[in-house]
Design a protein. Structure first.
Length: 233
């Protein structure tokens, strides 16, 4: 199959499985775990946490990674703005989603940051905030030299993908923790268990597709002058 056709096909499949993961997470939280309501003492305030993180730090973030590959011949500045807007949306969902669990814990007097999920999760969020800030200063702030932009680009690329992989791993660990808290009959293969397992599988497939599409050199911005600019911004 021709390179561009294959890219588009895999990109569309990625959208499908990514949205499926968000939808199934929404069904798990919305239908099986009581829905969404944010007020002091709300038993369902926590539910914003998994939903916003899956939507923001996995789905939107994954697409933000892919926009340079999707619009591989369009004006670089426009794509840079799209990338930034998507990352900013991901950041807002991430902050609100993490705030939901801290606030839910404060309401009930529960402990914070005691679990593997909490430790890896807070590290991922910190790395994302740092990556966003560094990206902003290196690539949107006026006056940074091209050589400095090129120097930072390989770190920005590596950490961009590493944070995405960490986000998926964190969501999988968090889901198992939530299963332990909320689904005592998980081993009897209830409908809820299938929703959770298909959601988790969708996250993994979305992770495969995004990392595959971003790692293939042939899907980079085309060689006719763009590749060079790519290294700088
Ligand atoms: C990228 C995705 C995610 C990140 C970065 C993340 C991050 C965090 C952080 C930092 C905490 C600690 C909050 C505190 O100690 O008060 C936390 C707690 C929690 N998260 Fe997540 N989370 C993610 C996704 C999920 C998902 C998908 C679920 C499950 C459906 C989940 C379930 C939980 C649970 C049950 C807690 C409370 C218990 C604990 O602190 O481990 N998380 N998460």
């Amino acid at each position: 199959m021709e390179g561009r056709t294959k890219f588009i096909l895999l990109f569309v499949i990625a959208q499908f499985v990514g949205l499926l993961a968000v939808l199934l997470m929404g069904i798990w939280m919305g239908k099986y775990l009581g829905g969404f309501a944010w007020y002091t003492g709300s038993p369902t305030k926590f539910n914003y946490h998994p939903f916003f993180l899956t939507l923001g730090l996995i789905f939107i973030y994954g697409d933000a990674i892919l926009v340079y590959r999707l619009f591989n011949t369009q004006n670089k500045l426009t794509i840079k703005i799209v990338h930034t807007v998507l990352q900013f949306a991901a950041l807002l969902f991430t902050i609100t989603g993490v705030q939901a669990v801290f606030s839910a814990h404060a309401d009930t007097g529960s402990a914070n940051l005691y679990s593997i999920h909490g430790w890896i999760g807070i590290t991922t969020v910190f790395m994302f905030a740092l990556q966003f800030t560094m990206g902003f200063f290196f690539y949107l702030f006026p006056g940074v030299s091209d050589s400095l932009k090129t120097w930072y680009m390989s770190a920005h690329r590596y950490w961009g993908v590493a944070i995405f992989v960490m986000a998926i791993a964190t969501a999988l660990i968090g889901s198992m923790e939530e299963v332990g808290f909320k689904i005592p009959d998980y081993n009897t293969r209830t409908a809820q268990a299938y929703v959770v397992n298909f959601m988790a599988m969708s996250l993994v497939v979305f992770g495969w597709l995004v990392t595959y599409l971003v790692s293939k050199p042939e899907y980079k911005r085309d060689a006719s002058g763009y590749a060079n600019m790519d290294a700088q911004s």
